[in-house]
Design a protein. Sequence first.
Length: 206
Amino acid sequence: SLAVAEFTDARPGPRGRKIGDIKATVTNMHGSEIALDRDVTSLLSSAAKGQLAADGFRLVGGADAADFRLNGVVKAFTLMIAGRDERFIAVETTLRESRSGDVIRTGLITEKDDRYAGVTGNSRSTIIEYLSDGVSAFGSKISAAVRDSLAKSYPRSIAASQSGRISTIPGVTTLHAPASRDEPVASAPSPVATPAAAPAPRPAPP
């Protein structure tokens, strides 16, 4: 079971719903700024929870008992519409074991991309789709990082076939990932050979 806390906002500068500027013509859209209809922290933590639940984790409330707890701090969230569109999401995450409070993994999850919108340029729908794809990719990366970290730390307790791929996930930087935390399996004592009983002497014939 996993408890995911609401992310906190640590972006530099003013922390509002604005995430970028529009410096190119956009069909059926006026204005020079891009703003979300909800808080950045709410959007990203919801994306993380949705993907973790889809990948099989049992999510519980922050005040409920859980095996592990995940926290996130938003470092960056920008979307710039210009000659080349640029998208950047960065969240520092920490995964802890609830019982001991020990850190299982801490690191940065990033989703960075740029694109050329094409000859026809952007519209409101293409911008929404581009942003949604980035948020979805971020959710997939954070779920993969949690899954692989637990598989590496608890290889015998958690059923996972891929246990050493933390560093191979694009956009995932691991700063702390301890070795296996499973209890060592006690080896069974070697059986001691017992000497075979000597056959009883047979009486001599009369």
